[in-house]
Write a protein that binds this ligand. Structure first.
Ligand SMILES: [Zn+2]
Length: 490
């Protein structure tokens, strides 16, 4: 008889399928779930009494920029404490692989200097770092394009396009789950739709998906959604709209029309889904949002400094407050910061989203949850880094009743795993990997705020990754049992 490594007794089991919870036990051996429901006769090495708390599959953060964090902060405390057990990296067109060893792009969100050339090399580095969470990677278009074309504002030649295709093909063969784009960013914004279709065709051939930070999330949101749908149809692969939103006050409410387009495309046979973070501010590299010579004055009004290596004193401050102190316009503050040494490494927070749109997004049955957190821990990061999943469960499920608990968990677990090719995860069934979270639905809540963003959530009692208890009653354990995952492989 196999030894039981872990047993969680007396739990309300939410199995991740959307079914309502049932009372029972869950037993683990060799990293996998061996029994769900009524207890067996054996005692486990680790016995936990859930006290009636909810036991669910560990959450999958489908939209992260943790490519560097899995190496630099392998305890991943900001993710584990939310109940996240798997991370999808390589989003918004920026991926750790392919890469040139020794190079680091400060505006790429990767946050680490490459010591590898391809996905296999990155996977080996992740394996050596032994992060606490499982890691699944996308291959990023910005990264591939920069490797082949630098920051040139032109179409690739036939030979260059073939090199780009070969990079995507290779990453897919090595287990990437799909191609990501960030068409708002440099150099992705210089590419035409046909270039993306050509690269997405490589992802399609390997059974992957296409995820996209749209070319425009504001005035031209609907046109940008149409471009994503065109790419999905032409390349023949599922489409995932990343951090779906309508940005800027003039565009608030447009997510409704955008979701209608997504629904219509699904009715016509295309496979389109989306993800969202539960906040009304975005965040990203400031140098990517502003023309350094003529910063957009209206965007400058809603900017807050998150990480600013050039001027640490600005971290946590609104640009408008700094402008008042300096006696200049907010746009001038941005211009000056971007011209400082290391100014282009600034990460900013933009208050550009309407709360009603966040709710509209969360109501949609094809909407997953992705934090989009940027793991620059030195400054004052956007609170989504520490708070996303508990915020959905506490604020939007319990307090506002925007969606049901079982449905919310389904969209953080089984839907996400099916979408991104995480095999044998996302459901509490016998044989699945034992990625687990135990939480109290009556108290679970985010505590990270814009002023105090490093606060871990409340109400998460236990997290296990591949059957190893990694977090318990507010304490992080030294276990680092995450694995590098490859699309579709068990
Ligand atoms: Zn993005």
């Amino acid at each position: 008889m196999t030894e039981l490594d872990l047993a969680v007794r007396n739990a309300r089991i939410l199995d991740g399928t959307g079914a309502e919870p049932f009372a029972g036990d869950l037993e683990v051996a060799g990293g996998r779930i061996v029994r769900v429901g009524r207890a067996g006769t054996q005692r486990a090495a680790v016995e936990l009494d859930a006290g009636g708390a909810v036991l669910a599959p560990g959450f999958v953060d489908v939209h992260t920029h943790d490519d560097g964090a899995v190496l630099r902060h392998p305890d991943l405390a900001f993710k584990i404490s939310q109940g996240c057990t798997s991370l999808v990296v390589g989003n918004c067109g920026f991926s750790a692989a392919p890469a040139v060893p020794g190079e680091r792009d400060p505006t790429s969100l990767i946050g680490v200097t490459a010591a590898w050339t391809d996905l296999d090399g990155y996977a080996a580095a992740v394996g050596a770092a032994a992060p606490a969470c499982n890691t699944m990677a996308l291959v990023g278009h910005n990264t591939v394009r920069r490797l082949v074309l630098g920051l040139e504002r032109r179409e690739p030649s036939a030979a260059e396009l073939e090199r780009m295709r070969a990079e995507v093909r290779s990453a897919m063969q090595q287990g990437a789950c799909g191609l990501s784009t960030g068409l708002i960013y440099e150099p992705g914004r210089y590419s035409a739709t046909d270039e993306i279709i050509a690269l997405a065709t490589e992802a399609a051939a390997a059974g992957g998906l296409y995820t996209t930070h749209l070319r425009n999330e504001g005035d031209r949101l609907l046109e940008a959604v149409d471009e994503a749908l065109t790419i999905g149809r032409a390349a023949g692969l599922p489409v995932q709209i990343s951090h779906h939103k309508s940005a800027g006050r003039a565009n608030w409410g447009k997510v409704g029309a955008s979701l209608e387009r997504i629904d219509r495309a699904n009715a016509e046979g295309l496979d389109v889904m989306a993800d969202v973070y539960p906040y009304t501010a975005g965040s990203g590299p400031m140098a990517q949002y502003f023309n350094a010579e003529r910063p957009d004055p209206s965007l400058a009004e809603v900017i807050r400094f998150a990480a600013c290596p050039a001027r640490r004193d600005l971290e946590g401050r609104m640009c408008t407050d700094v402008a008042q102190e300096w006696g200049v316009s907010p746009a001038e503050v941005i211009r000056r910061v971007l011209h400082e040494p290391r100014g282009t490494e600034t990460i900013c927070i933009q208050f550009i989203i309407d709360e009603a749109d966040v709710i509209t997004n969360l109501r949609h049955p094809l909407m997953m949850v992705g934090s989009d957190g940027i793991p620059d821990l030195r400054g004052r990061p956007h609170p989504r880094l520490f708070g996303t999943f508990p915020r959905v469960l506490g604020h939007y499920v319990r307090d506002l009743g925007v969606l049901g608990l079982a449905e919310a968990v389904r969209r953080m677990t089984s839907l996400s795993c099916d979408r991104f090719g995480l095999v044998d995860r996302g459901r509490l069934v016998e044989g699945a990997w034992a990625d687990l979270v135990l939480f109290d639905p009556a108290t679970v809540i985010d505590r990270a705020t814009y002023d105090d963003p490093h606060q871990e959530a409340a109400g998460v009692g236990m997290v296990a990754v591949n059957g190893v208890v990694t977090y318990r009653d507010g304490r992080h354990l030294p276990a680092r049992a995450g694995r590098f995952l490859r699309r579709g492989r068990p």
